[in-house]
Ligand binder design. Sequence first.
Ligand SMILES: Cc1ncc(COP(=O)(O)O)c(C=O)c1O
Length: 384
Amino acid sequence: MSQAELTTGHTAAALPALNADIAALPPYNAGLSLAEAQRLGGREDMARLASNENPDGCAPAVLAALSGAALEPWRYADPACTQLRAALAGHTGVAADRIVIGNGSEEMILAASRVLVGPGRGVLTVLPSFGLHAICAASLGAGVSHVPMTPGGGFDIGGLCAALAQGPAMLALSSPWNPVGPALDAPALDRLLRAADPARTAILFDEAYFEYADPVTRPAALAMLARWGGHWVSLRSFSKAWGLAGLRVGYALCSGRALATTLGNAKTPFNVNAAAQAGALAALTDPAWMQASVARCAAERARMTSALAAIGLFTPPSQTNFLFVDTGRDAEAVAAALLRAGVIVKPWREPGFEHFLRVTIGTADENDRFIHAIRNACLTCQEP
Ligand SMILES: Cc1ncc(COP(=O)(O)O)c(C=O)c1O
């Protein structure tokens, strides 16, 4: 093979077809890399408010575990994540044999989709949505239907109940809701569960932002799902409140052992590496660190919400570490102006939501920079 062929790849015409479902997938909107954002913004100092990472970092116990001699990178990690599942059983009250650990909770979205949907067995989700709920289902040849948010930025419970009456194979939604912010309260979840027929529909209840939800209104979702009686998976993540996004650890709490075992069959065997297992275990030893970070985030979120309202920008009420901001203009243009001011946010791309951007709650300094920059951007970017 010539150097040119090595560089550009081959161009032969007659090759077997690629998987058409995968080839047709929309790309996941992962946002800009830091290097790309710095190039486009023309500056180095960036406030990284696009990916809902934790600006507080992580608990010191995690860093200690990652640098400790107990980590043996030359050994395969425990494929069953035995210690971490035992710790999570204590943390959640769900038996260890109903917990499956993923390389991020996103891996468990794909595993649950592989187990629960397929051609002729579609998924129902919301709009706007966390992209992988639809992308994983579509990659398996499953149809996807959406129920849009209400004008006030809430779940359209009536619309979801009507769609559930059609018996989709899976209802997949996040609560608290990425990218919008609200969480289902107990009466809303109760209505959805009454509308979902356990003989036809499974539920993927994605709680990646669980720790940020208001403890007063947060429904006892696991107990409600258990009473409902169908197949369900509750997803949690170490990437957000626990600050371990780079380690890639999330987990699925499953309605029963058979579902957990099947989800385990749908992932690769050594999916969670040794550093990730050690880091997550260490994080669980310091819940006070996580709670303090969540409290700081809630205070900053309230401050940001008021500042945005003062500029005249609407944000649905959020129980997460981000806000969904209606800029009233092309959010790509606003995001480009923010980049030049040293702030990375995520302009939303789903049809009908191109005026919105999602901004992570950062440190107080980062949030000040964002507020200042969006005020200026709204003065310079044209309204439609
Ligand atoms: C709703 C939701 N689910 C799942 C994930 C995936 O998280 P991770 O794979 O980092 O655990 C995210 C990440 O942003 C998310 O917002």
